[in-house]
Design a binder for this molecule. Structure first.
Ligand code: ATP
Length: 282
């Protein structure tokens, strides 16, 4: 679905934002770009969606080089949610969606009512201008814009940013629904949880380079030290020890009177991000 080879990009002469990215995204896959601010996520999204030109390397979507794909039909297959909301601030959510729907063939468009309902949009705001919305409401309206055309390929830039925890859960559910429909999703985020819960594969991006790329499970297992944390009682005192799992093979290797709990200590995706890039996600 997406094929990127040796992608480079400069802002001006001296600021190199991307240093030769290589990756492919399969049909129906949810693919994540995980990295902190300034790592090159938005630059990559903007190139893939045709907003930024003048890049080096090769980018193909739907098997076609994007430089030769200027047809309306090509862009009608793509849906976009960017951090900067692509909405008219003086129009309501409903009027924005009516306007954007007019760019697509009728048979491709979803019902505005149905999409806003899926996003649990507050009815009071349906006819009020977007400028009066909170960040979370704007994010819902932007997501509605991305979904209204039933895209085959969905670009989501920080989809859960600005949402409260229940809004974030709802957005993850909606993205899961898109997966079931077979939509391919390219998701950029600095939110470890979004990447871990949603993505089939994740690329760690830092300083305009992909530092690692695999499934969240493999990324975490690769760095796993297979440690276990043991909580126990000894001579009337409660204690905790962390040991390597193989040390348990011959039984608990230290004096104890009573076990309270034993649990494995797995690294998070952020631990692994630090392992590969030497820095955190914020
Ligand atoms: N318009 C611009 N002019 C000059 N440099 C830019 C411009 N936009 C981004 N950059 C620089 O390019 C690099 C990559 O930025 P980019 O916006 O792609 O990162 P990001 O990972 O999406 O971060 P954020 O989440 O903050 O947008 C950063 O060093 C940034 O400062």
């Amino acid at each position: 679905m997406i094929e990127v080879k040796d992608l480079t990009f400069y802002y001006g002469k001296n600021k190199q934002a991307l240093h030769g990215l290589d990756f492919t995204v399969e049909d129906g896959e949810i693919f994540g770009f995980l990295g902190p601010n300034g790592s090159g996520k938005s630059t990559t999204q903007k190139i893939l969606t045709g907003i930024l030109k003048g890049y080096g390397g090769k980018v193909s979507l739907f098997g076609q080089d994007i430089l030769s794909a200027h047809t309306q039909e090509f862009f009608q297959k793509i849906g976009v949610l960017f951090e900067f909301p692509y909405l008219y601030a003086n129009l309501s959510a409903v009027d924005n969606l009516k306007y954007f729907s007019s760019f697509y063939p009728k048979e491709q468009i979803r019902s505005i009512e149905e999409v806003l309902e899926e996003l649990e949009f507050k009815p009071d705001f349906l006819r009020k201008p977007v400028s009066s919305y909170s960040k979370g409401m704007r994010q819902r309206a932007s997501m509605a814009r991305a979904l209204i055309s039933n895209p085959k390929l969905l670009f989501l830039d920080e989809p859960t940013s600005g949402l409260d925890p229940s809004g974030a859960v709802l957005f993850r559910k909606i993205i899961e629904e898109e997966r079931k429909k077979g939509t391919t999703v390219f998701l950029t985020t600095h939110n470890m949880l979004d990447a871990d819960l949603l993505c089939d594969r994740v690329a760690f991006i830092a300083d305009g380079e992909i530092k690692a790329l695999d499934t969240p499970k493999n990324l975490k297992e690769r760095g796993s030290s297979h440690r276990v944390v043991i909580d126990y009682l000894y001579q009337g005192r409660r204690e905790e020890k962390t040991i390597e799992a193989p040390e348990l093979e011959a039984g608990i290797p230290f004096a104890h009177d009573e076990m309270i709990s034993i649990h494995s200590q797995e690294p998070t995706l952020e631990d692994m991000f630090i392992h590969y890039t030497g820095r955190g996600l914020s």
